[in-house]
Each structure stands twice: as C-alpha cells, then as structure tokens.
Design a binder for this molecule. Structure first.
Ligand code: MCN
Length: 794
C-alpha cells in the first residue's frame, strides 16, 4: 500500500467499474417500475384547443394519463427561474406540462404512465391534441427585428438587455477610443447552436414508501441537493423525507444542471399518487427537442488599435438566441460579455447583449458556457488586427497580454457570480512562449513550404483564453475515520465522469496521511451530504476539493489531540503517515488512526485500574473529566465548508496545424497542442483527460455540430444519424503541457479544469483554416462544403 498524494498521476479508480459495464446508470435501476412517456408538441408555436385522451384508455397496461389540468397547483406551477438578474426584465419559464400554449417543438403536453415504456408510447400515439398552429419565430435576427412574438408580453422578444462599459485609463469610452485609434476594423462573427449531448440522456426514477411517508428519487442530474429541495417544496413533503441520489451519470456537460426538469417533478408526483415506482428515461430524440441547447450567438465587433496591434478600444454587440425560455437566467451571454477580454489588457471596452426569445429549444449552459463564443470573438479580432498590420499573430497577442506582475488584475467588469472580475494569478507570456514552442510556431513556415512543394495546403492557428472557475457560493465536505482505519469522504455535489472519486481521495490521502486505498468517496447522495450547489462551472475541484481538505484538517487536528493524550506527547510533535500517528523522530511511539477512531468514540467508561487502586476508588483528576471532552463530539469525523470571495481564473493557449484539401475542401487537424494552467494540479492525468475530452467537444463545435432548424421551427437533424459528432477517428492526438500558477484565493491553490479543453477550439481551427486558405473565417462550425462555398465566392 502506498500513500498516493496530491499532484500525482493516479489512475482513475472509477474507470474499471465504468469501463467494464459495472456502472449503475439511471436506466439500470428500477427494472419493475412503471414507465412514463410524454406526448410532446409537434409544433414550434401553437395554442392547445383540446386534448382527447380517450383513444389511449383502452391500451392494455395503461395506468394513468395526466394533462396540466390534472396537476395540483404547486406541481403545475411554472418551473423556477433559477438565476434571476436585474437585466433579465422578462424572464420566462415553462409549465411542467403545457398550459394553453406551446412554444417549441418537444414541449411536454401529456404524461402517460403504463406498465412498460412500449405501452406508454402506444398510449401516447393514441392521444389527440387539437392545436391551433401559430407562425413561429425562428432565427435570432428575425426574432429581434420581426413582429412575431414568442411570449405575447415580451416586446421585441427581448428577455434581457445588458450593457457593461469600462473606460480607458485616460477616461475614454470605447466609442471615443476607437474613433481616436490609428486603425479601426469592424466585422460580424457567428456561432451556431450545438448542445451538451451526453451519451446518457436525462432520467428520473422515484420510489414512494407509504409506511414512513418518504420518497427516494434517483435522477441523472448535476445537482441532487437542489433537485431534492425542489421536489420537497413542490410536492409539499418535509425535506428530511426526501432523498435524491445521482447514480453513475453518463455525462452531463451542463444540460443536467437545470432543475427541476418537468420530469423530475412529475415522475415523483405520479409515484406518490399511484403508490408505485415510476421511471422515465429520456430517448435521444427527446433530448434533442426537449432538453437544452447552447452557443447560438451573433456578434458585431468594432475595434481600434495602434501600429503594434495594441487594442485601444473594443465595442461588441451580441444577439443571444435564448430559445423559448430562460430557466437558467442569462448566465451564458453574461459569461461571453465578461470573459471576452481573455488574457488581454484592453484600452476601453463596451459590451452589450440582448437575449432574444425564439420558438426553439431553450438555451442553458453547455461546457464552456458562453466562453467559446467569447474567445472566438477576441481571437478572431487578434487575427484580424495582425492581418491588417501585417504582423505575426502571436506578436499582436504578446503586445496585449497582461503581465505576471499585474495580478490581481481587475478587468472592471461584473462577472457571472455578481462579483468583480478580478484575475487572481497567471503567467500569460510564459503560456505563449510554451505554446509556440510546443506547436513549433516559429518553424512552421518551413513546414508549410515543404508541404506546399507536395501540393498540400497547411495552416497554423492559435487561441488564448481565461476562464473563471470555481464559482461560489459554497460546497461542503464530510470526512469520517472509522475504527477499521478506513476513511469515508462525502460531498454534496455530483459526478458525471470527472474522476472525483480519485481526485478527492487524493486530497484526503495527502491531508490525513492515509493510503489512498483506504479512502472511499461518495458524491451526489443527499443521504450522505445534504447541502451543496452542484457540479458546473469547473467548480468541483476548487469548491469540494478545498472543503474536503478543510474537513480533513479538522479530523487531523482531532486525531492529533487524541493521539497526543494516548502517547503522552505534544500534538505538535506528532505526524501521520500510512494511516499511523507517530511521534516525530521516535518511531516506536505510534498509534494507528484506526485506534484513534476507536478512542474518539468511547462506548463505555474505561476502567483505569491503576488509578483506581492508587486512590482506592476515590475520584482522580482524570476521573473528573467526562470521557468526551467539552466542545468535542464523539467520533473521528469532521465537516467543513469552503466559500470563496470570488472565482479563480484558469487560463490556457491552444494551437493547431490543419490541412485543407485543395480540391475537396476536406479539413484535417494534423496537430493540436494545449498549454494549460489550472493552478496546483491534483491529478495531472485526470486534467489531461478532461482537456482531451474538452478538445474533442470543441472539435465537434468547430467542424461538425449544428442544430438545423427550418422556418417552421422543426429541428431537422434531431438524431445521431443526422447530427454529426466527431468519433475518435476525427480527434487528433492532443499534446499537452501544464503551467502551474497557484491561486492565492483557496487553501489548495487550485483552479478549475473541466471546461478548459473546449473553450478556444473554434477560434484555433478558424485561425488555422484562415491561415491555410487566405479566406476570412467568420462563422463556426465550418464544414468542407462551407469551405468549398467560401472558396467559390471569395
Ligand atoms: N482537477 C485536478 N486539478 C485541478 C483542477 C481539476 O486534478 N487543478 C480535476 C478535478 O479533481 C476533477 C476534474 O479535474 O476530477 C475536473 O475538475 P473541475 O475543473 O473542478 O470540474 P468539475 O469537476 O466541476 O466538473 C465540471 C466540468 C464541467 S462545467 C463540465 S460541463 C463537464 C466537465 O467538467 N462535464 C463533464 N467535464 C466532464 N467530464 C465528463 N466525463 N463528463 C461531463 O459531463
């Protein structure tokens, strides 16, 4: 046994289970549960005139059919707007089942419960909904400028409008700074819609215990504690009577942070009403049309700069396509607006966004959450400046970078957490040096020339970003050492494949001096930890990681107090390693943590024979003390919370070499390099895995994935037959280098890593294709036919 510590590339302990089919995903549970299925709107905009369920009633095995009218007030109330914002003046959310109106294809209208899913689907097919079909609003610009409304009481379809402005050091606004700059450019940039698209869709399974009136719900969620609170409140149950467990979750990538989904309320409600287990597992088409998308944004950029390419003024106007509802507030465009500046010191900045309703699936954060759009804007801007001035693209970036001695660096903006956007640490010039070296930037002209000599076309691209991670408000950790010497760690946030079981165990091993093998970690189970926020915004390592470390420190301090008593030593002279407390420098004097845990939980009065004989059973000073000291609690365990004053800012730079086929316009990524800084690394191998996965999703966003809506609001590619995702065959080998600038904001010095890989990919690929082709790339994704068309119209 070894004490594997913080910072080591430990293999992920969850992988043998997950990779050999031993995982317990939502649909593996409740094999005897009744099945729920939903009739969903086939129209993007329609009024429900009538619902006739009579045709379904003869289906053998049908158990129940519910429309909005059947729902009690609290169950049928509109779903919550989770993150309100003063600029979100017209926030709108859906009803769990549609009431009168439907606003996108896929909105749930009727819920059916039957003996199995086949029968439930048969019954759904026999339910007739009479719709008055209305003309939908599709396309963000059409919605912003046209007369049709998604919500009758939201003029111009504008749910939110926000402006943030930071003047230059000389007090100039962005407009003035641009006007006075030696050079000015303006252009438009588009990013199309994509989606989280986890391999496992959403799902919920509920069991009601009528005897003790308690509910257990399993949900494929990124936030079991919030789902629990929502269910308890909506179903009128005391919170302690509701347990929510996230079993193994087959990916979330953002979409499973929304809560409660309609199904998370309706399935438990039906389970209680029917007194039977009920389960719903989302199918792929449902996921396409009923969950959430992201990324669809249009950006209008104006920039003023000097002869070295230094940005003197930047003005960006954003149209954000929010789909039909805003359950998650305006987090995505806020992140684009505030993270757009990346690692750069910009003269004056003005950003404005309008969040527009359309009759399409709602938008909520997807891995990267607004940042891929932001980085696309900023990095395209850097490339445009370089092209205009005839400078090397990395030289323009270097001219604008924030320097290491400028931290903490206040960008003057208000971030997604409502706190000032202050970068805590970083070394951007070093990142640039490293990425140039890793990809061979300076040697590329020779590589290109050699390829050209063979009739091949190559280009090189770069993209830089800064990412706010570890947003608050808090997470907690609980650590318990039991008398068998095992350590049980729990935290309330959930896991979807990030490797938390391993990384959190590494933190506990390092803090407690216990072999990794003796540590178990539980996440996302409200029976073990009831208070949490959730897994999103690359926050688990920073938030739960630090909370677990703090809880371990409490446990360690207590262990040392108890061991010091037992060893008649000073706690300050003790150390713990390999699960044993020792007097430093005196190897004989030791006590295993297992024994300390036993001593911490006195189950009977210890009979101190020697003391008793000496005093003939008179009280001794030791006997005057209660066996559990005042202020102590029994057990060797501790709980603590971590709540940061603001986010910590990770950063990175990516570069790629692409080849475009001169005839077919096929685009191939030949090399992909990443320099990444997430502060102190808990586990470099996990971080690399996260980066590789992120890059793969980024490649999907850059080259393949789009949501194709027609003018009727029908999603034309709502299946894996038509929605292109990259396979392993399309993903390049990712060359990764780490830079560690510790965060001064948290005890472990860490920053988040879970989204990093995806963020700059579109910008990097655009930069490289533009370099190969000499054609301006201002829209992503780009397919071979897009490139072919661009060549033809250049
Ligand atoms: N880590 C580390 N050292 C650091 C930072 C992180 O070793 N300095 C490790 C962490 O311990 C953790 C992993 O890297 O095991 C990611 O940590 P973190 O950046 O805190 O991200 P979260 O755990 O909060 O995960 C959320 C993030 C987001 S926002 C999305 S979306 C996403 C992602 O992670 N969804 C994922 N990665 C995913 N990976 C999988 N497999 N599935 C998803 O749904």
């Amino acid at each position: 046994m070894t004490t594997r510590m913080f910072g080591e590339p430990v293999l992920r302990r969850e992988d043998p289970r997950l990779l050999t089919g031993q995982g317990r995903y939502l649909d593996d549970l409740g094999p005897r549960a009744l099945a729920a299925a939903f009739v969903r709107s086939p129209h993007a905009s329609a009024r429900i005139r009538d619902i006739d369920v009579s045709g379904a009633l003869d289906v053998e095995g049908l158990v129940a059919v519910y429309t909005w009218e059947d729902l009690p007030e609290q169950v049928g109330a509109p779903l919550p707007l989770l993150i309100p914002h003063p600029a979100l003046t017209h926030g709108r959310t859906a009803y769990p089942l549609a009431r009168d109106l439907v606003r996108h294809v896929g909105e749930p209208v009727v819920m059916v419960v039957a003996r199995d899913r086949y029968l439930a689907e048969d019954a759904c097919a026999l339910i007739r909904v009479d719709y008055e079909v209305l003309k939908p609003v599709v396309g963000v610009e059409e919605a912003a400028h046209g007369g049709l409304l998604v919500h009758a009481d939201v003029p111009g379809n504008a749910g939110a409008h926000l402006v943030q402005e930071v003047p230059s050091a000389a007090g100039l606004g962005a407009g003035e700074a641009i006007g006075r700059a030696p050079h000015e450019l303006s252009f438009r940039l588009d990013i199309e819609r994509s989606a989280s698209m986890p391999l496992e869709g959403r799902g919920v399974y509920a069991r009601w215990d009528a005897d003790d009136r308690s509910l257990r719900v399993y949900s494929s969620t990124q936030t079991s504690t919030s789902v629990r609170m929502a269910i308890a409140a909506r179903l009128g149950l005391p919170l302690p009577s509701v347990e929510v467990i996230a079993p193994d979750v087959g990916g979330g990538f953002g979409v499973k942070i929304v809560h409660p989904w309609p199904e998370e309320v309706l399935v438990p409600w039906a389970a209680i009403l029917l007194g039977q287990e009920v389960k719903w597992t989302e199918d792929r088409r449902e996921h396409f049309i009923s969950a959430a998308h992201e990324r669809g944004q249009v950006h209008f950029v104006r920039v003023g700069f000097d002869d070295e390419g230094r940005v003197l003024g930047l003005d960006v106007t954003i149209l954000h396509d929010h789909g039909a509802y805003t359950p998650y507030g305006i987090i995505v465009p806020i992140i684009t607006a505030t993270q757009l500046l990346g690692p750069y010191r910009i003269g004056a900045y003005r950003v404005e966004f309008t969040s527009i309703y359309t009759n399409t699936v709602q938008v909520t954060p997807y891995r990267g959450a607004g940042r891929p759009q932001a980085v696309f804007c900023m990095e395209r801007t850097m490339d445009h400046i370089a092209a205009h001035l005839g400078l090397d693209r990395t030289a323009v970036r270097a001219a604008n970078l924030i320097q290491p001695d400028e931290f903490p660096y206040d960008q003057g903006l208000i971030f997604q957490d409502g706190r000032p956007l202050i970068y805590d640490s970083g070394d951007y010039p070093e990142s640039l040096r490293m990425i140039k070296e890793l990809i061979g930037w300076d040697g590329f002209p020779a590589v290109r020339a050699a390829a050209e000599a063979q009739g091949r076309r190559l280009g090189i691209g770069i993209g830089c970003y800064v990412e706010g991670t570890g947003v608050g408000p808090y997470e907690g950790g609980h650590v318990q050492v039991t008398s068998d010497g095992r350590v049980h760690v729990s935290t309330g946030l959930t896991s979807q494949g990030q490797g938390h079981e391993t990384a959190f165990a590494q933190i506990a091993a390092a803090e407690l001096g216990v072999p990794l093998e003796r540590i178990s970690v539980v996440t996302g189970d409200t029976r073990r930890f009831g208070y949490a926020v959730g897994t999103f915004a690359s926050r688990a390592a920073v938030m739960s990681g630090n909370a677990i470390a703090l809880a371990c420190r409490k446990v360690r301090a207590k262990a040392l107090r108890i061991a010091a008593d037992a060893l008649e030593a000073d706690p300050g002279d003790l150390e713990i390693s390999e699960g044993v407390v020792r007097v430093a420098g005196s190897p004989g004097a030791s006590i295993p943590l297992a024994t300390v845990a036993t001593l911490a939980n006195p189950l009977r009065y210890a009979f101190d024979e020697q003391a008793a004989r000496a005093t003939q059973f008179a009280a001794t000073p030791a006997m005057d003390r209660p066996p559990v000291a005042e202020g102590e609690e029994p057990g060797l365990e501790g709980r603590d919370y971590y709540s940061p004053i603001r986010s910590t800012f990770a950063s990175g730079m990516h570069a790629a070499i692409v080849e475009t086929d001169p005839e077919t316009a096929e685009i191939k990524i030949l090399r992909y390099a990443v320099v990444h800084d997430c502060g102190k690394l808990i586990n470099p191998m996990i971080v690399e895995g996260q980066i590789h996965g992120g890059v793969a999703q980024g490649v999907g966003g850059a080259l393949y994935e789009r949501m194709v809506y027609d003018s009727h609001g029908q999603l034309l590619n709502a299946s894996f037959m038509d929605f292109l995702m990259p396979y392993a065959t399309e993903i390049p080998h990712v060359e990764t280098a780490h830079l560690e600038t510790p965060s001064p904001l948290n005890p472990l010095g860490i920053k988040g890593a879970g989204e990093a890989g995806v963020i700059p990919v579109s910008a990097v690929i655009a930069s490289a294709i533009e370099d190969a082709e000499g054609i301006v790339i201002d829209r992503m994704p780009i397919s071979p036919s897009d490139l072919f068309h661009l060549r033809a119209t250049r």
